[in-house]
Design a protein around this ligand. Structure first.
Ligand code: BGC
Length: 719
């Protein structure tokens, strides 16, 4: 157990400054943040300032007891509060109080298309972070899914800048409501793990702004994120943790970001760049902390006059601002809570709303436990724990319900559930035979396979090498479905090829990594206690060569550089432009009920308080027999653009819960930026006058209603 450093330091602070009435401005919560920051800055010695801008252990910066500044604790990550390590190693610290709620992976959260749930998840993680004494949580990750092979796609929020912006904003607001700072990462263009420390990304300016930056911008401008982590890779030949253009020009100058920029762990390479290009905090290990670029080498430069002292003050100021804004120095800072039933409910709800029903012929699902005698559960993922895997985003889960457990619990005592592993990493000759025998003997088969967090699949530090299912699962599924046609396939992990068996199986669920409550969530979907409402946050291609980076041969790059030659045509934008049939389109997901869209009307407004210039109103009706939720999606199509534009782009969505037979009028407001493209010459957004189509439906390839819209004037907005 760690002692409560904050309490100790506040006590120390009180003894330094005597009676409360004499407390200095920086300790007075009644003073404006900037007053407190400047007051504290003015009291720091040079050595103390230096100690604030680099690590003193793997996840901390030093305390300054004389001023009541506690040691500052950071922790991964996006899916919960990580197991404690360290202080100078990745080995677990062996604590007994670092079990946490393990939320579903980021891609599952994105598949909920429910920003309110994003808020709830962020809030729960924020509370757990506080209870565990953390100040900055290293997440969420918002790098765009450019290639299906990226080893960290599971952590991120999919392929679309609009969807990821909406989800990230909710999450950060929730987390930061708990007196901690989120740290959105990895800024920017960390879209592959292959050569991640060095790969140089070349992408044109318009694509950078339209595809790869919006989620970061939303984190900064909408959610007010207090920390941003630079990426390992390079952009235009300069590492992102010390990239003048990204950090100084875009993030700080153009977007007005006031928080701190920290490096990814050991992501800094040069003192001069680290000193001058916008980095405020250097993190990492593997070297003496005094040798960090922002430690002695920077100090030498400051003392020799090579670097201005004002630059140091600005870095320190940003660090102090984050501390003060998150109430690190205040007695009434929120205390947090850990492993509560409420947090577990959030984990379960994210999984329930994020699981996507990809296929459901003849109402195979939901299963009816009353009419079933036996179920064969087959597949290694039925009993595999995932929460701890994937590297920095892994969680030492308080508990983790495996799919098999969830199914046994949900099916009830009357149903005989048999389990057969079916496949293993290292083969096992009779595994398949036993699984086939089990399949034959049962009323229904639930196959639970897919990927896992082993290196080379969904794991940090390497990319996948193939889109195919590993361990001979394609052949195994074919044999199982031949033995029992009532085979439901559940895939965990990120997207895979399915052509080998998709035509033969009646039902498929995409379950991602559904977190500690995943087994319960999955079982509730399988047996109909929950009606699936997840929608894909990324296009599933039929084969790897259909997706843009691979079609163009622009992955993983040559001679250390990867050029994003597909430009704007990432994900569905590419499939639309090239008229390629995806396996499952962006935004796709079935339900146990059906929905009808009608009566689309466009209501113009004056750009008032929420900036809306036009609102799409339409009726959405649940035309089936069970309650359910539909994610109504709105895409904008420009009719005659003067510049290249994607065929259509997501610009609004709403998740609507409806009882059977219920009809609601749904409104989705569009501001002028819904029509805009980024103009690199003007350094801003141009909404071009002209004709557009407003397309509304249940997926990017299932547009139910549409209407024409004319934008009367061209409008320009600075970035
Ligand atoms: C990862 C970051 C993570 C950091 C600290 C790095 O390897 O890229 O996402 O926050 O380690 O664990």
């Amino acid at each position: 157990m760690k002692p409560c450093l904050l309490t100790l330091c506040l006590v120390a602070g009180a003894s330094v400054f005597g009676a409360e009435t004499n407390q200095p401005p920086y300790l007075d919560p009644g003073q404006p943040v900037e007053t407190r920051v400047e007051d504290l800055l003015s009291r720091l010695t040079l050595a103390e300032k230096m100690s604030i801008i680099h690590a003193d252990s793997k996840f901390t910066t030093a305390a300054i007891p004389r001023l009541g500044i506690p040691r500052r604790w950071m922790s991964d990550g996006p899916h919960g509060v990580r197991e404690d390590v360290g202080p100078d190693t990745w080995q677990p610290a062996g604590h007994t109080d670092d079990f946490s709620t393990a939320m579903p992976a980021g891609i599952c959260l994105a598949a909920t298309w429910n920003p309110d749930l994003g808020y709830s998840e962020g809030e729960a993680i924020g509370q757990e972070a506080r209870k565990r004494g953390k100040d900055i949580m290293l997440g969420p990750g918002v790098n765009i899914l450019r290639t299906p092979l990226c080893g960290r796609n599971f952590e991120y929020l999919g392929e679309d800048p609009f969807l990821s912006s909406r989800m990230v904003a909710g999450y950060i607001r929730g987390a930061q409501s708990q007196d901690i700072s989120s740290c959105v990462k990895h800024f920017a263009l960390n879209n592959q793990e292959f050569e991640r420390d060095s790969i140089n990304v070349e992408v044109d300016e318009r694509t950078l702004h339209e595809i790869y930056l919006p989620a970061f911008k939303a984190a900064v401008q909408e959610a007010g994120v207090w920390s941003v982590m630079g990426a390992y890779n390079q952009f235009h030949g300069q590492h992102c943790c010390e990239n003048d253009y990204l950090l100084n020009k875009i993030l700080k100058d153009e977007w007005g970001y006031k928080g701190l920029v920290m490096s990814d762990w050991a992501g800094v390479h040069y003192t001069r760049e680290a000193a001058l290009n916008g980095l405020d905090l250097e993190m990492g290990t593997e070297r003496n902390y005094n040798d960090f670029y922002l430690a002695q080498p920077y100090l030498d430069g400051l003392q020799s006059g090579a670097f201005p002292m004002a630059g140091l003050d600005e870095k320190v100021r940003r660090n102090l601002r984050v501390m003060i804004a998150t109430h690190v120095l205040d007695a009434n800072r929120k205390p947090g809570s850990l492993n509560t039933a409420a947090h577990q409910t959030v984990a379960r709800r994210v999984a329930e709303e994020g699981i996507v029903l990809l296929k459901n012929d003849n109402h195979t699902l939901p299963l009816d436990a009353k009419t079933l005698k036996s179920i064969a559960v087959i597949g290694e993922n039925a009993t595999r724990l995932h929460a701890h895997g994937g590297d920095s985003s892994g969680i030492k889960a308080f508990y983790e319900i495996m799919p098999l457990q969830g199914i046994v619990g949900q099916a009830g005592k009357r149903v005989n559930v048999i389990y057969s592993e079916g496949y293993q990493k290292n083969g096992g000759a009779d595994l398949a035979d036993r699984a086939i025998a089990a399949a034959k003997s049962a009323d229904v088969v639930i196959y639970i396979g897919g990927l896992n967090h082993d290196r080379g699949f969904d794991c940090e530090g390497a990319d996948r090498t193939s889109l195919k299912l590993p361990y001979g699962q394609d052949e195994l599924i074919q044999k199982i479905v031949a033995a029992n046609p009532k085979t439901i396939v559940v895939l965990e992990g990120t997207m895979v090829e399915m052509d080998a068996w998709l035509g033969q199986v009646p039902a498929v669920l995409q379950a991602w990594y559904p977190g500690m409550e995943g087994g319960n969530a999955l079982a509730r979907v399988l047996f109909g206690d929950v009606n699936p409402s997840g929608k894909l946050p990324a296009t599933f291609p039929k084969k790897l060569s259909d997706s843009p980076a691979h079609a163009l041969g622009n992955y993983p790059g040559t001679n250390g550089t990867v050029t994003y030659a597909e430009g704007l045509l990432v994900g569905y934008r590419w499939f639309d432009a090239k008229n390629i049939e995806p396996l499952f389109p962006f935004g796709f997901g079935l339900s146990y009920t059906t929905f009808k869209y009608s009566n689309l009307k466009l209501v113009e407004s004056d750009g008032g308080t929420n900036g809306a210039i036009v609102t799409a109103q339409f009726d959405l009706e649940n035309t089936g027999a069970v309650a359910g939720a539909e994610v109504a999606q709105l895409y904008v199509h420009p009719d005659n653009p003067a510049v290249q534009r994607p065929e259509k782009e997501l610009k609004g969505f709403k998740k609507v819960f409806l009882q059977p037979g219920e009809r609601q009028t749904v409104s989705i407001a569009l501001a002028q930026n819904a029509f805009a493209f980024y103009d690199p010459d003007k350094k801003g957004w141009v909404a071009e006058k002209g004709d557009y189509k407003i397309l509304v439906g249940g997926s990017s390839r299932d547009i139910a209603v549409q209407s024409n819209y004319r934008l009367a004037e061209t409008v320009f907005e600075k970035d």
